[in-house]
Write a protein that binds this ligand. Structure first.
Ligand code: HEM
Length: 281
């Protein structure tokens, strides 16, 4: 590892996501760049990210705490786990490199909470369902849904404890009705490639139940834009991380879910915060 400037350090693989030519602001990595397998997520009472030497295989993303995320029904967030000044997302495929980077990047302030996360190449969560299917994928979708015109974005980070035992005790067919997708291959219960919210059974019931997660969270139902969900599993559930151009995309979706999403019967949010992810200048 060689000494590098703060900009190089934070940029990591920042060649991807350049806004313009040399000297112009750069979008942070760890958002549009492919999701790496391991993550160290932390929230601090701090203002700035310190300089440190970290492996170039690691992606560092940081943000500053913002207001505007309300408390949602059912949240169980202790005051010390609510909000925070600085968000640090350190990702890499090599867990040792992530651990090493996390030990070097110590912001000057109090640590509020930290969680180690991981994902697998199939992107299955701890409930056994595939995640990350309906998200922005093309540069055009990223430009419309994720990046603000100046190259910044907003992150929402919520640690969600999941009752894996209660969920997996249900028959698989009931688990599938909670999500609205099949467990073994993630095909929507309505069939085909895309979720069809209008599909009905011969009895006139919705094929994708009224309280299914993919219905409640669907941009059409939620009246919201499409967020980039880039979550990680942790030992007790999901570190939900979303990036979106406007905070209201998350807020509207979460309100719609709180209004009757079957998945929330198995989830308890224990940390919650929103951050502005600035460009690297
Ligand atoms: C409790 C933890 C959660 C789990 C385990 C979870 C898991 C999933 C899964 C498996 C899917 C279907 C596959 C896919 O489209 O990627 C999905 C879809 C989705 N989830 Fe979640 N999710 C959780 C919480 C949330 C939260 C808090 C939000 C935002 C408020 C959210 C927003 C979405 C959206 C927008 C979709 C796509 C819906 C569609 O258009 O089909 N999820 N989630």
């Amino acid at each position: 590892m060689s000494p590098i400037s703060r900009r190089r350090l934070i940029a990591g693989t920042a060649a991807i996501g350049l806004l313009g030519g040399c000297g112009s602001p750069q979008r942070q990595p760890g958002i549009a760049t492919p999701q790496q397998l391991h993550a160290d997520i932390s929230v601090w009472d701090a203002v700035t990210l310190p300089s440190a030497h970290v492996s170039s295989s690691v992606t560092v993303t940081y943000g500053h705490g913002i207001e505007g995320l309300p408390e949602f029904p059912g949240d169980a967030v202790r005051p010390e786990d609510l909000g925070g000044g600085l968000f640090l997302q350190i990702c890499g495929d090599d867990p040792d490199a992530v651990r090493d980077a996390a030990s070097r990047l110590r912001p000057d302030g109090r640590l509020r909470w930290r969680e180690k996360g991981s994902c697998n190449s199939g992107r299955t969560n701890v409930l056994g369902f595939k995640d990350g299917i309906v998200v922005p994928k093309t540069p055009r979708e990223f430009a419309q849904e994720v990046w603000r015109p100046d190259g910044s974005t907003f992150a929402v980070v919520r640690r969600m404890k999941l009752d894996v035992a209660a969920f997996t005790a249900m028959p698989v067919a009931d688990q599938e009705r909670v999500f609205g997708r099949r467990k073994h291959d993630a095909v929507p219960l309505s069939g085909g490639d895309e979720v069809d919210l209008s599909a009905k059974t011969p009895d006139g019931e919705y094929v994708i139940p009224a309280d299914a997660h993919v219905r409640r969270a669907h941009p059409l139902t939620a009246g919201a834009g499409l967020m980039l969900r880039r979550s990680y599993n942790y030992d007790e559930g999901l570190i939900f991380i979303s990036y979106q151009r406007e905070l209201k995309t998350f807020v509207n979706t979460m309100h719609r879910m709180a209004d009757g999403d079957a998945l929330l019967r198995y989830a308890t949010t224990t940390s919650s915060a929103a951050f502005r992810i600035p460009t690297l200048n």
